[in-house]
Design a protein around this ligand. Structure first.
Ligand code: SF4
Length: 353
């Protein structure tokens, strides 16, 4: 067997992680859910979300038949909500096209919405024991350092080189579940040893022939993308209140916070005395200007100007896609993280006490 694979397997058995909530199962649903949640997100953040999600939706069938609102509510605060929408869409597709059974073939897994090449490979390895290479962000970091590969790993040429390396060093055969242990080893090494800053090379099983370590290039690898500063956008969030309740509006399915519940948004709120939600107009008075809130997305930064407003006209609207909720009800709904912060902040305002 390839010497790197052997070393990684030995290391994982002794020093790797063995008690993560999604380990010790071959259930493709449980593995798929964990892999999606772990994209861009750390294990410590994911764990409680994963446990709550599995309790509410223990299998593909329950997820496919549950309301999307519940899925988004369970995802609330985890970010990157497209992941939750794809998860839901994929569960329905599997029920429809695969009779509720997760497909086993790598190319079929990879065709499912929201599942890229590396995630598909991780599912194929952990659920079906297939000999597949993974290449997530952590693994790219390990390989660029170990093999001393310069160049931004998102660049297609560099990515192809990394995939070739990843495939070339797989364990030769899958005796005793070697491919699972090896794949877990890469994940564990990236998360606990070959970390972005201050990697613990002294305890790394790859240290004796790691090129970055030998050539003192660790700080330069992986090569970062030359970034222009993110553009900034501004918005006004209208916290419309009436009788200790707050109005939330469902956002369109696509775009930022797609499908989540949010206070209505305006580009400006100067001297506004009425506000219309879906053809229903409220007379409003401004109670308070709340300090602006900053939130970063992948492609831009958002500065949010929240306004606490009281609706002074009668409310008789029963419209789709808007709800009047108490603060507790709103906090339990599918809301994005900055809205959660705002709702907690206004909870102490006399209007709610
Ligand atoms: S020796 Fe250091 S830089 Fe090289 S793979 Fe191990 S932890 Fe990463």
């Amino acid at each position: 067997m390839c010497k790197i694979a052997t070393r990684l397997i030995c290391w994982q058995k002794l020093h790797g992680r063995h008690h993560l909530p999604w380990q010790g199962t071959h259930d493709p649903y449980a593995i798929w859910l964990s892999e999606i949640m772990l994209q861009q997100t750390q294990v410590s953040t994911v764990t409680p979300y994963y446990q709550r999600f599995m309790q509410r939706f223990p299998n593909i069938k329950s997820l496919a038949s549950g309301p999307l609102d519940d899925v988004l509510a369970l995802w609330s605060g985890l970010g990157y909500y497209a992941r939750a929408r794809y998860l839901y869409q994929t569960a329905q597709l599997i029920m429809r096209n695969y009779d509720g059974k997760f497909p086993r073939q790598l190319d079929l897994i990879q065709q499912l919405p929201g599942i890229g090449r590396s995630t598909a490979a991780a599912i194929a390895v952990f659920a079906f024991g297939q000999q597949c290479a993974i290449l997530d962000g952590n693994v790219k970091r390990i390989f660029t350092r170990y093999f001393g590969i310069e160049g931004y790993p998102g660049n297609r040429k560099i990515q192809n080189r990394l995939w070739n390396k990843a495939s070339a060093i797989l364990p030769d055969n899958n005796v005793n579940g070697n491919i699972e242990i090896y794949t877990q080893a890469l994940m564990d090494l990236g998360a606990t040893v070959c970390t972005r800053s201050k990697p613990k090379c002294v305890i790394c099983p790859l240290q004796k022939d790691c090129i970055a370590l030998r050539e003192q290039r660790i700080d330069r690898l992986p090569t970062t993308k030359s970034r222009r500063p993110l553009p900034e956008k501004e918005t006004v969030l209208l916290l419309l209140t009436k009788q200790k309740k707050i109005l939330l509006e469902k956002r369109p399915p696509k775009g930022i916070w797609g499908g989540l519940w949010c206070p209505p948004e305006m580009t400006t709120c100067k001297n506004v005395t009425t506000y219309c939600v879906q053809n229903y107009c409220f007379s409003i008075i401004v109670l308070d200007d709340i300090p602006p809130l900053h939130h970063s997305f992948t492609h831009f930064k958002l500065r949010i100007y929240p306004k606490l407003l009281e609706v002074v006209s009668p409310i008789d609207s029963q419209q789709n896609n808007i709800m009047w909720l108490t603060l507790d009800e709103a906090l339990a709904a599918a809301i994005p993280a900055p809205v959660r912060t705002l709702l907690k902040q206004i909870g102490t305002n006399p209007i709610f006490t």
